[in-house]
Structure formats: structure tokens, C-alpha cells
Design a protein around this ligand. Structure first.
Ligand code: NDP
Length: 245
């Protein structure tokens, strides 16, 4: 399906790789002006060269409220408005609770949960003005918890809870909140796991199935955003067909 997002302005966090990168490209392809945020600006610059539309590169650390505020301000200064926030930046550093490196817990909570909340807090006045859309990239781990993924799951359950409360606060003002819950997607995500046993398990899981491509998730995001204004697709769960749990 070809969707048109002409004149819409989107801000995508975690756009330097994986789902965020694919989503930014898909939104640009559909005609949106896209601000792309992450820490690795070389990757964002490469994306800007590859994309068909107008792209604004934003060096952003979502764990830093000042950096988040700058990203939103620059987006609105450059494009005049903000219609879509794709809140995607995230980390998955799985390990058992016993003996875990708790600095990894802090990083996941600061990035996945607090960073995502900072983005919403900062972007919301603009999204209320535009009657825009907030896409919250959660996970199947936001619906079910698994051993060794307790903290990651807690951040994603947290995103789901925050998103439902947010939805109730803003939907009657025309702002749509969409929670997207992907299953296993082939990206860099697992490569940051430091626990060797857990990293091996994640690689084994990836090899055991036809995983999703980041473009598959981007297509789901685009579908939700492109619906008519009176249609709020509030939740999308998208797993690889081969993934049973
Ligand atoms: P990637 O590792 O490919 O992408 C993660 C992105 O997050 C990168 O662009 C990274 O950019 C960005 N990021 C990390 N920390 C920060 C930070 N402090 N500030 C700004 N950006 C940051 O993984 P995915 O594409 O797989 O993950 C994207 C989202 O999808 C995550 O929220 C993840 O939890 C979720 N997800 C992924 C699944 C999968 O199987 N892959 C399944 C379900 C959900 P940089 O390092 O340049 O800052």
C-alpha cells in the first residue's frame, strides 16, 4: 500500500540503525519531512543522503532532557511544526538478575523508559497543536516477561502503561497514541548484550526463525500514522510467523 504523508513533519528517535532507520526512510519515502535523532551522527548523515525527502540530522541523547529539548526545538524551528513522534530509541542488555551489572539496568531504564517519557513531555505541546500522532515502540516484552529479560521487560511494560495513561489524557484533543510491539527483528539490538550466555541464546533464537526485517515494523508504523484522523490504531503486535513465544 502506498501512503502519502506530504507536508507532515516527523521526529524519529534511534534512527541511526534498525527499526528507527527503516521507519525514517519509510516516512520520508511517503513524503514526510523527517528529523532523525540519535547519538551516532555519521549514521544519520548517511541516512540523510540515502533518503528521498527532506531530513534534519539531530545529535541527540534521549537520556539527557536538555538534548531532548534541543531536538524538538530544532525540528519545529526547521520545519515549523511537529505531527509525528516515533519514540523508538532503546537498548536490550539482558542477563539474569543474580550477578547482573546494575549499571546496565540504569542505562535501559534511562533510555527506554525515561528517555521515551522525556520525548513525549517535550513534544506534546507541539503534537497537541498539530493533533498529531505518537508512536511508542514497545515490544512483545511489554506484554510477557521472560527469564533474563526482567529489566528490559519492565521498561517495555512501563512504556505500555505510560502510553495508555497518555492516550486517555490526549485522545479527545485529537492526538493519537500508537503502541507498536514487535517480536524478533534483525537489528543491532542483541549485539550490545554483554552476558555471553544470553548473547549466544539471542543469536541462536535469531538463527532458528525467519525474523522480521526492520522494514516490516516500519510498514506497521506507517499504516497506523496514515489512517484518517478519526481512526486511532492504538496497538499493533507484530511477530515473526515462526516465533511462538
Ligand atoms: P538498534 O540497536 O538497531 O537501534 C537502537 C537505536 O536506539 C539506535 O539508533 C541507537 O542510536 C538508539 N539509541 C540508543 N541509546 C540512545 C540514546 N541514549 N539516545 C538516543 N538514541 C539512542 O535496535 P532496534 O532497531 O532493534 O531497536 C529499536 C527499538 O525497537 C528499541 O526500543 C527496541 O527495544 C525495540 N524492539 C526491538 C526488537 C528487536 O527484536 N530488534 C523487538 C521489539 C522491540 P545511537 O546508538 O546512535 O544513539
Amino acid at each position: 500500500m502506498n501512503y502519502t504523508l506530504n507536508d507532515r513533519v516527523a521526529l524519529v528517535t534511534g534512527a541511526s540503525s534498525g527499526i528507527g532507520q527503516a521507519t525514517a526512510l519509510a516516512l520520508a519515502e511517503a513524503g514526510a519531512k523527517v528529523a532523525v535523532a540519535a547519538r551516532r551522527t555519521d549514521r544519520l548523515e548517511a541516512l540523510a543522503e540515502q533518503a528521498s525527502g527532506e531530513i534534519l540530522v539531530l545529535k541527540t541523547d534521549v537520556t539527557d532532557l536538555g538534548s531532548v529539548r534541543e531536538a524538538v526545538t530544532h525540528t519545529v524551528e526547521r520545519f515549523g511544526q511537529l505531527d509525528v513522534l516515533v519514540n523508538n530509541a532503546g537498548l536490550m542488555l539482558n542477563s539474569p538478575v543474580l550477578g547482573a551489572d546494575v549499571t546496565e539496568w540504569t542505562r535501559m531504564i534511562d533510555t527506554n523508559l525515561l528517555g521515551s517519557m522525556y520525548m513525549v513531555h517535550t513534544a506534546l505541546p507541539h503534537l497537541l497543536d498539530s493533533r498529531g500522532t505518537i508512536v511508542q515502540i514497545s515490544s512483545t516484552s511489554g506484554r510477557t516477561a521472560y527469564a533474563t529479560a526482567g529489566v528490559y521487560s519492565a521498561t517495555k511494560f512501563g512504556i505500555n502503561a505510560f502510553s495508555e495513561a497518555l492516550r486517555q489524557e490526549v485522545t479527545e484533543q485529537g492526538v493519537r497514541v500508537v503502541v507498536v510491539e514487535p517480536g524478533f527483528v534483525s537489528t543491532e539490538l542483541i549485539t550490545h548484550i554483554t552476558d555471553p550466555a544470553r548473547l549466544a541464546m539471542a543469536k541462536e533464537m535469531a538463527a532458528s526463525m525467519r525474523t522480521l526485517d526492520p522494514k516490516d515494523v516500519a510498514a506497521a508504523v506507517l499504516y497506523a500514522i496514515a489512517q484518517p484522523a478519526h481512526v486511532a490504531v492504538n496497538e499493533i503486535l507484530v511477530r515473526p510467523t515462526d516465533q511462538s513465544s
